[in-house]
Design a protein around this ligand. Sequence first.
Ligand SMILES: Nc1ncnc2c1ncn2[C@@H]1O[C@H](COP(=O)(O)OP(=O)(O)OP(=O)(O)O)[C@@H](O)[C@H]1O
Ligand SMILES: [Mg+2]
Length: 441
Amino acid sequence: MRMFSRWHWPRSLFARLALIFCVGLALAQALSFWLTVTERDEATVNVMTGYVEREVASSVALLDHLPPDERARWLPRLARRSYEFILGPGEPGTPVDARLSERFARSITDGLSRTHTVTTNAIADSSEHFQAHLTLTDGTPLTIDFHPMSSIPLSRWLPLMLIAQFALLIGCCWLVVRLATRPLNQLARAADLLGPDLKGARLPEAGPSEVARAARAFNAMQDRIAMYTAERVQILAAISHDLQTPITRMRLRVDVMDDGDETDKLRQDLLEMENLVKEGVTYARSLHGANEPPCRVDLDALLDSLVYDYTDAGKDVTLAQHVAIAVMARPRALRRVLGNLVDNALKFGGSATIEATSTKGGGAIICIRDEGPGIPEALLETVFEPFYRIETSRNRSTGGTGLGLAICRQLAQSMDATLTLRNRSGGGLEAVLALTGTPRE
Ligand SMILES: Nc1ncnc2c1ncn2[C@@H]1O[C@H](COP(=O)(O)OP(=O)(O)OP(=O)(O)O)[C@@H](O)[C@H]1O
Ligand SMILES: [Mg+2]
């Protein structure tokens, strides 16, 4: 693995598998090609040495029997592609040591061993060139000049065949790897789509058995998660419903008690309990996804009415500008998200400014700004966790359950919108809600 990490090991499974297959198969093919060629050469040399042994022996016997003056005439007819006969002592040289020359020299010597004494020596002009010297019975010196041929040359169409074979290999590799990795991609996409509303796309349960099994398991898991969540919502709803009655009863009792410090505190506690129960149910519902169908929402109208409700109650909320666009959204969920964000701005910053701008893809960005203390950078994501409240805000004056932002995030996700917080450079917090304008049904 260390070796792989030094050069760039591709990131995707597709590229890795394709690389391993292609390199492996190409190496295997090269090896088998080399084996075939070597084996072919070996067989050719074996056949050729046997042939040379017999041919040379019979040619020498013929020259031996011919009258000396006729020998020269026969020489061209006895010559072959790799050797020729020379009447004469030939050239001297070093002992034969080249691989092929050695084998052919041995076969010539063996073929003539019963009738003649043969000496051989290499000729220095090329690596595979040697001469065999002998004396005919009448004392005439004879030389066999030998140029061993390594093998039959390769056919011209062979490289083309090799390229075609390699192309076929690459094609098959690509097909196999795609077949293996495509279901993984589909699974990842389906898991990505499984948003908080748990309405992920179902995977087709077809294809090879392993893939079909994984798809079935994934679909079953999706169903189970949806079932558990529904159950949880039901339990929460039931508890809250059952809690509401005793709380109301307790409030009635407090109302008939004598007014005093303790009674006020009790009333305050009961109010908090009521809020907690209500928020709890809303959170559970928002987890379950907005059942509300998406529709076209006139942003200006929604923001105007929201701002009006606050100013009417004497709160410092302003709308910076009108955008004159309509986006696809779930209006009640959107109103609740914006309401929660404005509540926070008012609670922690004293005032809120809302500004909406349209985006190119038909969506909109809504910013809610305040001039409060902001949130430490490290906690900008943490505050979205349910029941999380920053330590300093755990006092009665800004009392809350810590579910507000968690609900906002859930509802935003159910509308395919993103919600982020950032501190403003001049102090205060800015909540940014980016609506894509195309929530899934
Ligand atoms: N505009 C803001 N300025 C400063 N701090 C903020 C702001 N908005 C949220 N926070 C911090 O983030 C925490 C979580 O906010 P969240 O809205 O989830 O809870 P909450 O407002 O305390 O309670 P709830 O909204 O449930 O009544 C808050 O307790 C507060 O510390
Ligand atoms: Mg809040």
